[in-house]
Ligand binder design. Sequence first.
Ligand SMILES: Nc1nc2c(c(=O)[nH]1)N[C@H]1C(S)=C(S)[C@@H](COP(=O)(O)OP(=O)(O)OC[C@H]3O[C@@H](n4cnc5c(=O)[nH]c(N)nc54)[C@H](O)[C@@H]3O)O[C@H]1N2
Ligand SMILES: Nc1nc2c(c(=O)[nH]1)N[C@H]1C(S)=C(S)[C@@H](COP(=O)(O)OP(=O)(O)OC[C@H]3O[C@@H](n4cnc5c(=O)[nH]c(N)nc54)[C@H](O)[C@@H]3O)O[C@H]1N2
Ligand code: SF4
Ligand SMILES: [Mo]
Length: 690
Amino acid sequence: MPVSLPAPPPVKAGTATHCPYCALQCGMNVATGETITITPRQDIPANAGGLCQKGWTAGELLTGDRLTTPLLHGEEVGWNEALDFVADRIRAVQAAHGPDGVAVFGGGGLTNEKAYQLGKFARVVLRTSQIDYNGRFCMSSAAAATGRAFGMDRGLPFPITDLARADAVLLAGGNVAETMPPFVRHLAAMREAGGRLIVIDPRVTPTARQADLHLQPTPGTDLALALGLLHIVVAQGDVDEDYVVARTTGFEAVRTSVAAWWPERVERITGVPVARMRAAVAILAAADRAAILTGRGAEQHAKGTDTVGAFVNLALALGLPGREGSGYGCVTGQGNGQGGREHGQKADQLPGYRKIDDPAARAHVAAVWGVDPDELPGPGRSAYELLDALGTPTGPRALLLFGSNPLVSAPHAGRVAERLGALDLLVVSDMVLSETAATADVVLPTTQWAEESGTMTNLEGRVLLRRRAIDPPAGVRSDLEILRGLAARLRGTDGFSADPREVFDELRRASAGGIADYAGITYERIAAETGVFWPCPAEDHPGTPRPFLDRFPTPDGRARFLPVEHRPPDEDVDAEYPLYLTTGRVLAHYQSGAQTRRIAALNAAAPEGFVELHPDLAERLDVTHGERLRVIGRRGETEAPARVSAAIRPDTVFMPFHWPGVNLLTNPALDPVSRMPEFKVCAVRVERAR
Ligand SMILES: Nc1nc2c(c(=O)[nH]1)N[C@H]1C(S)=C(S)[C@@H](COP(=O)(O)OP(=O)(O)OC[C@H]3O[C@@H](n4cnc5c(=O)[nH]c(N)nc54)[C@H](O)[C@@H]3O)O[C@H]1N2
Ligand SMILES: Nc1nc2c(c(=O)[nH]1)N[C@H]1C(S)=C(S)[C@@H](COP(=O)(O)OP(=O)(O)OC[C@H]3O[C@@H](n4cnc5c(=O)[nH]c(N)nc54)[C@H](O)[C@@H]3O)O[C@H]1N2
Ligand code: SF4
Ligand SMILES: [Mo]
């Protein structure tokens, strides 16, 4: 059913804009007055008139406690003093240690304009190769796998509304009922029309409860499970042979490689009964239209790229990608998780999803930036490797941080705290005094979300306009103004506009001809068309909701099967650490909690972290619901109350990471391709806190 767009909401509803948080980028109206009133927009298909509790309460971000004055070593100072100090210290560090002495860390919550400007600032002003961002912790494994298979990483390569028309959806490691509640509307519509939902999760989550079939594997075994499902597809003759011949390469090697993954073997590794695997394949094989989706549960592993690769192979064998109404998709997480990975804040990237080591890409972007291609640095370190190198003899001595709170959200956070503490200079731009900002030499108070304009690319690859709805408080500056101020002090003002539209127009030129081509997208078009899907190479081009229908953007136009093999988690359980710890999210809080832990209604809904554990395990450990537990791992330990629940496997405990502590435990083992850390599985021991 094509989306019919209701008339725009009346003006008194306020300014039509989008949510500050996740990649669904729900449309909302923000009305200002005595109080701030938020209502859902009806015209944005992703949320279809819905919002979650975080969206409804987001107005408090604008009225509540936030930073309004720059801080220098904890003292309030003026902007000139703060920026002069930062510029002087950058000059001193680079004089002593070279351009790579200064590093930049960005975020997938930044608008396209900011993400682009940050990448340009690093390469043109600082001339450092040392830039990466928190998206490395998010969907980088899916990005690597789909780049490899399809030649393009666009989270969902189809409109989200396609899901409502599917006969089957398999969701591996995603808990959208808590992480993107309005997403469930599309799945519910599918089920109402007779479609079936399959969920793979070690926990019986609110999402799994809505599924027709739930597979509950041991954390870190999705790769084996996907191989097992493909084995069954092959054995039963359910491969779409015509599609495989017409649209793909490399299937024979994959067919051979899955032969060894017979269902009983996979059951032993994953704990998923053979009958359930067969039931899943039966649903998928019978479906005319089907989608296979992955979330962080399947991706955040030291083998995340191969795991996604295995699900992509399954989707290709079933003939799904590039067929209208079907496909493989990654459920992108952060507000601008998609756009934030396209425009150059990644260590190996230039705008338009170009590769920084590609001479043609360097020449194109250098021309837009008015510099010599030879002056552009090469690839730098990935996010965790960058944090891990800070303040070491060969690593950066200064860090500029925009849009992340790594003291809480990075893996092996104890190590990260030690490295941040070893820096000569830490500068944090934020709206609130996050845990990381609280340790910085300089804190720069920035405008947020509804106080500024910019574009966000949602999980569908649809570029949206997040409009300014309210004047920022006196004293704060936008990230673009901050970058302009530093560029002026370090190199003269040229080329760093603080006007989002001007930056976007430059981004369009820089991305032109790249994979993520925004050349034809304008603010006017976005407003008139309810968003524009990239690639969109010209103003008269309609945009591309389904980029793979005719061909894949690979050299031969075909999708590539690639054989992958299962392996155990980097850190397995043993006698000393007998339990798996997996981590993730709850509905009421967002990420490191820097924003949502300041909102009364959200704190009331979820006041603190917890350790979810099975009743059998609780009995074995002799602990009761609500009792304080110590969770001890090889890198650190933390405490939280027990939440006893039959919804989790007895061999696994779960903790949300919205409060400090959990990441003291997590394993920074990295995926060899994506450099994604293994957030979703490490080994721990649990005992009663003293
Ligand atoms: N409320 C809320 N919503 C959010 C966010 C938030 O912080 N809070 N963050 C946003 C962002 S940036 C992201 S990336 C998305 C993330 O969205 P999701 O991927 O849905 O969220 P997670 O809770 O990290 O992980 C999903 C599920 O993976 C399961 N899991 C754990 N280990 C494994 C495993 O080995 N295999 C499988 N198959 N599953 C496993 C967990 O039990 C969990 O239920 O959410 C976005 N939306
Ligand atoms: N154990 C465990 N750890 C995880 C995960 C997990 O599943 N388990 N998930 C990982 C994932 S998927 C993600 S995405 C990361 C996210 O973790 P973080 O990168 O820490 O993300 P946030 O908490 O959103 O931090 C964003 C910070 O930037 C600020 N901010 C927001 N918008 C702007 C802006 O426009 N400009 C500036 N200057 N600042 C802004 C916010 O106030 C906040 O302090 O966590 C990762 N860490
Ligand atoms: S689902 Fe995401 S975008 Fe929608 S209201 Fe909730 S946090 Fe905001
Ligand atoms: Mo994320």
